[in-house]
Design a protein around this ligand. Structure first.
Ligand SMILES: C[S@@+](CC[C@H](N)C(=O)[O-])C[C@H]1O[C@@H](n2cnc3c(N)ncnc32)[C@H](O)[C@@H]1O
Length: 213
């Protein structure tokens, strides 16, 4: 059964505290709500921007970009000669993301690849400063090792939905398929010798790992 990870009153309080956002963010948030599309939302978006700024990221890769909402938060953190590689299965998402980046004046730093993000991970040459993972949950366990390989030391590996509506806490009998994959992912990520990881219980849970050795 789904549960609120953040108490709804706290979630509302945090939303009310958010500073004003540019119109393209608001449009994309409306679009996500209308189509029931799971974009990260402004609180996690802000966290992504802060983390990218904190490590002065210049090269960022996103796995599962949708129409570019989380990507645009990263774009805010990148310098003009930075690079943001977005990816998604859907050609339609590429078109929409490119439109949204154009509105935000950020087209110059982004490239969008249509296809399987797992293949992209295998083919890409690093190093990247930050990799953001938001693909189908069943693939999460397969992302850890290639992401580690592509990151520079001190780089961040960030993954959304790592508490999966609280379903990761279910007993074996009621554990859904995605929750089982996410549990496997969390356990392996926490045990990984080269990553130091914390799961932040913001929205649906965000894991933040630093490649420290
Ligand atoms: C949760 S949504 C991404 C939301 C986006 N990160 C945001 O916050 O705006 C997941 C997206 O990943 C894409 N996706 C899922 N599995 C994928 C895979 N293996 N390779 C490429 N794209 C994938 C889906 O098509 C979907 O658009």
């Amino acid at each position: 059964m789904a549960m609120d990870i953040v108490n709804p009153a706290i979630a509302k309080y945090l939303d009310d505290l958010l500073p004003a956002r540019e119109p393209w963010f608001l449009e994309m948030e409306k679009m996500a709500e209308k189509n029931n599309f799971p974009a990260v939302g402004p609180q996690v978006g802000m966290l992504l921007e802060i983390l990218a700024r904190a490590i002065a990221a210049r090269r960022i890769m996103e796995l599962g970009s949708g129409f570019g909402y989380s990507g645009l938060w990263f774009a805010r953190a990148l310098p003009e000669d930075g690079f943001l590689l977005l990816s998604d299965f859907a050609e339609e998402n590429r078109r929409r993301a490119e439109e949204n980046f154009k509105k935000a004046g950020k087209s110059g730093i982004m490239e969008f690849r249509v296809g399987d993000a797992l293949e992209l991970l295998k083919q890409e040459k690093g190093p990247y400063d930050l990799i953001f993972n938001d693909i189908e949950k069943e693939f999460y366990p397969q992302v850890i090792d290639p992401a580690y390989r592509l990151l520079r030391k001190g780089g961040l590996f960030i993954t959304d939905n790592t508490l999966w509506y609280g379903r990761v806490t279910a007993g074996q009998a009621t554990l859904d398929k995605n929750a089982a994959f996410i549990r496997e992912f969390n356990t392996r990520l926490m045990a990984h010798k080269g990553f130091l990881t914390v799961i932040i219980p913001l929205r649906d849970g965000v894991s933040v790992s630093i490649k420290y050795q």
